[in-house]
Design a protein around this ligand. Structure first.
Ligand code: EPU
Length: 339
């Protein structure tokens, strides 16, 4: 296990914001997981388990310990003619996993190509994009109880997945260390093309009936066009969740604001936060060292050496505009570390 005191977190968050941790523990093997449980009493108030850092804003330092679970490895634990159950350790890179599945003729997560971050963070917020959510392919989440060290497996239904949320991010935050996931992957590829822009992208590529790899390529092209690369411009992807409102409210808003994208589901409707923010004139605008991306109004960018506090100042200003104009409260998507 690597141990560092007074560690910089700048290279451990995709916003590239400077913040410090009292201690940093990097777990590199299964034995390190056990050592952590026996040596360290996790305190959810001052400690933090950090994945790839692609969905976090450090507006303050971490007084306690930051734990990085970098234990890699994957194994097929069930193999049938139809497909497999693949167990993947939390420290694996998500996009590399997608590519590995494509190389091994296993489909199910190709729509989730190029999502930054590590496998262990995927169930936290039920990662989702281009018509697929982790919940659609997840068999179970493997965890260790941070107090007792007891392993516990949560089957899909027990994870309480909703849009960008799970029990691990809400009711059970700070209770479990996610050590891995089990995914149900198929040998026969059935493309999921419910996201309209995906079929359009494939048409542009001259493809009628895509292979899994072509679908992954199409997703990658869309992401690269729409979302700034965090390696070049510090960002955390979508900064706000798309707001859910009642069908009645969505209907009223759609009448008042023609052009508002509305995506109805069972008894609610999802609105497009990007559209609301763009309508308020924020797209491409900066406040100090933080900018609203010109490519996508839902993405805030660190233009260089911005602090987490500065990111929150812009986020608050955007929330105020959207509240004033549309009466809608935008909720940040990343975890915000602030005293
Ligand atoms: N739009 C605008 N202006 C913008 C951006 C978007 O008007 O600057 C409108 C357009 O009408 C567009 C619609 O918003 O058609 C939807 O935009 P997009 O398809 O990019 O999807 P999104 O709802 O903004 C969500 C996820 C993304 C995910 C995409 C594709 C959330 C918070 N974000 O974005 O996830 O890649 O759908 O499925 O749900 C992330 O979580 O970091 C992320 C990038």
């Amino acid at each position: 296990m690597k141990r560092i005191s007074n560690a910089s977190l700048k290279h451990l968050n995709s916003f590239s914001v400077e913040a410090r941790a009292g201690h940093l523990l990097e777990l590199e093997s299964e034995e390190d997981l056990q050592t952590l449980i026996s040596e360290h009493t996790f305190d959810a108030a001052s400690d933090l388990i950090l994945g790839g850092g692609s969905n976090i804003v450090f507006a303050d330092d971490i007084e306690g310990t930051v734990i990085l679970n970098r234990v890699t490895g994957k194994r097929i634990i069930k193999d049938t003619s139809a497909g497999v159950v693949l167990e993947v350790n939390a420290g694996e890179n998500w996009h590399q996993l997608v590519l590995w599945c494509l190389d091994h003729g296993l489909s199910g997560i190709e729509n989730l190509s190029l999502i930054p971050g590590l496998v262990g963070a995927a169930p936290m917020q039920n990662i989702g994009a281009y018509g697929v959510e982790l919940a659609d392919v997840l068999d179970s989440v493997l965890t260790l109880d941070l107090k007792s060290g007891t392993p516990r497996e949560f089957k899909q239904q027990e994870c309480h997945f909703t849009y960008r949320n799970s029990r691990f991010k809400s009711a059970d935050a700070g209770k479990y260390l996610i050590t891995g996931v089990r995914l149900c992957l198929q040998r026969e590829f059935k493309p999921i093309l419910t996201y309209r822009g995906l079929s359009e992208e494939l048409s542009t590529m001259g493809i009628d009936s895509p292979t899994a790899r072509q679908l992954s390529d199409a997703v990658t092209r869309i992401r690269q066009r729409k979302l700034p690369d965090p390696k070049i411009s510090g960002n955390a992807g979508s900064f706000f969740k798309n707001p859910m409102v009642s069908l009645t409210k969505a209907d009223l808003l759609a009448r008042e604001f023609p052009g508002l994208p509305v995506y109805p589901s069972d008894n609610e409707a999802k609105l497009s936060a990007g559209w609301l923010i763009e309508q308020c004139g924020w797209k491409g605008r900066s406040m100090g060292r933080v900018e609203v991306s010109e490519q996508h109004a839902l993405v805030l960018i660190n233009k260089g050496n911005a602090t987490g506090q500065e990111i929150l100042v812009l986020a608050n200003a955007i929330q105020a505009s959207v509240r004033d104009r549309f009466g809608i409260e935008l909720e940040p998507e990343p975890l915000i570390i602030s005293q």
